[in-house]
Design a protein around this ligand. Structure first.
Ligand SMILES: Cc1cc2nc3c(=O)[nH]c(=O)nc-3n(C[C@H](O)[C@H](O)[C@H](O)COP(=O)(O)O)c2cc1C
Length: 155
């Protein structure tokens, strides 16, 4: 069984909508053989990451950066996972109310430092997620679940 780990910071209904769409895509019935686990960013652990075949990261934009919760996640797992998770596929969704650029840059910088492989461009939403945004999140979840399957097959 491949494992997809979703590490998210979800402080409001808008961000919950994005998470639910990602989950729905990752767990859609056309994808078999992938276990999908969700962890709030403040509760995700080193063993969670070491067991993952792909990761979806979800965060809000806060003061031009990722959320403190996701930063804490990276502070927790960076060195313990640095050697063993090189090449791990990941994807990212970000919610903000004005500008998500700094949050995307920050996450991609750290993920790149860990040698994780960005699986596709991030989904960014400003304001209330509409139908297209939900579809983009759904697709992000689905394709990252498939990446987990592929990565598990390579090991
Ligand atoms: C302290 C603080 C800083 C924030 N900084 C940013 C920011 O730099 N860029 C942005 O787009 N939104 C920013 N926001 C808005 C949050 O990203 C937004 O509240 C969050 O995504 C949840 O969305 P919602 O409030 O519409 O439900 C900030 C919010 C707070 C509380």
């Amino acid at each position: 069984m491949a494992r997809l780990l979703i590490v998210h910071h979800t402080p409001s209904p808008s961000v919950q909508t994005m998470l639910e769409s990602v989950l729905s895509g990752a767990r859609n019935e056309d994808i078999t053989g992938v276990e999908v686990d969700t962890r709030p960013a403040l509760g995700a652990t080193v063993p969670d990451v070491l067991a993952a075949d792909a990761v979806v990261l979800g965060t809000t934009a806060n003061i031009g950066y990722m959320s403190g919760a996701l930063k804490h996640f990276f502070d927790t797992v960076y060195y313990p996972c640095l050697t063993d998770t090189a090449g791990l596929p990941y994807s990212l969704y970000v919610h903000g109310n004005s500008d998500t650029t700094g949050a995307v840059r920050a996450v991609e910088g750290i993920a790149s430092g860990m040698s994780w492989q960005r699986h596709r461009p991030p989904v960014t939403v400003v304001g209330d997620p509409d139908g297209d945004d939900r579809d983009s999140c759904w697709e992000l979840g689905a394709v990252t679940a498939l990446a987990a399957l592929e990565h598990a097959g390579e090991e």
